[in-house]
Write a protein that binds this ligand. Structure first.
Ligand code: ADP
Ligand code: NI
Length: 228
């Protein structure tokens, strides 16, 4: 574990992501980093790999690099190589980043490394609960999608391509990803931490539809029934 490398990486990521408004800002990374450290300790994972992967996991997201899933690992590798980090650590960190992101409700997660499961859980915890809700609508605004459209049902995405190319609504994202994360957590510690945040998602949706339906002349809600 090299503290100087971690400090320099944190400073580099903070500088790179400070102006982001898509939900991948530095504070997201900082939360994932801290929660990953916590889960990593409980799961006895290698702290150096956990911290580096958490810090670099959103350095170049495919969503903002023409769908190029290799952009993130490539940017992480370039940075760690510049710092002369050992090759085995670089390979581990880049493999984690490559496998980390959610690729569709019908696509299974494959994360063989314990350190990767730890970082994936920390990243997913930040996608649910109150912060996950805030990030979802921030992302929706960033890409210009509607908050909700009762005429657009949630989709099941059986491939990463389908998930990548799909255009939907922020409310549908709850059914297409957020509500599924609780059962797709990878470590016992992460699974426990997800429960409370998951309940909050359910409460939010209940309230959202209550208010939506209370509006006079509200249309029927096919997406609501399809998603439940
Ligand atoms: P993560 O940092 O968990 O990998 P993503 O990169 O997938 O998350 O997305 C960043 C944030 O935007 C997350 O909170 C995620 O749930 C949200 N998000 C991703 N895709 C959509 C979408 N199609 N509609 C609304 N929110 C989305
Ligand atoms: Ni992330």
């Amino acid at each position: 574990m090299n503290q100087d490398i971690l400090d320099r990486t944190a400073a580099f990521v903070e500088q790179t992501l400070s102006a982001d408004s898509s939900g991948h800002d530095w504070y997201h990374v900082r939360r994932v980093w801290q929660v990953a450290r916590q889960i990593g300790r409980a799961e006895s994972a290698d702290p150096y790999v956990v911290e580096l992967a958490a810090l670099l996991h959103d350095i170049a997201d495919w969503k903002f690099h023409d769908g190029d899933a290799a952009a993130g690992p490539r940017a992480a590798r370039a940075w760690l190589t510049e710092l002369a980090v050992d090759a085995a650590t670089i390979d581990h960190v880049c493999e984690i980043i490559e496998r980390l992101s959610f690729k569709g409700s019908g696509v299974a997660d494959e994360m063989p490394l314990l350190e990767g499961r730890v970082v994936q859980d920390a990243d997913r915890l930040d996608a649910i609960g109150a912060i996950g809700i805030a990030r979802t609508f921030a992302y929706g605004g960033h890409v210009g999608q509607p908050i909700h459209d009762p005429l657009v049902p949630p989709q099941r995405h059986d491939s990463f391509e389908a998930y990548k190319n799909s255009r939907g609504t922020s409310i549908n994202h709850f059914y297409e990803k957020l509500l599924l994360l609780k059962d797709r957590m990878q470590t016992p510690t992460g699974r426990r931490m997800a429960e409370d945040r998951h309940r909050y998602l359910e409460q939010f949706l209940e309230r959202f539809f209550q208010e939506w339906n209370a509006a006079p002349g509200a249309p029927c809600l096919p997406s609501q029934s399809a998603g439940r």
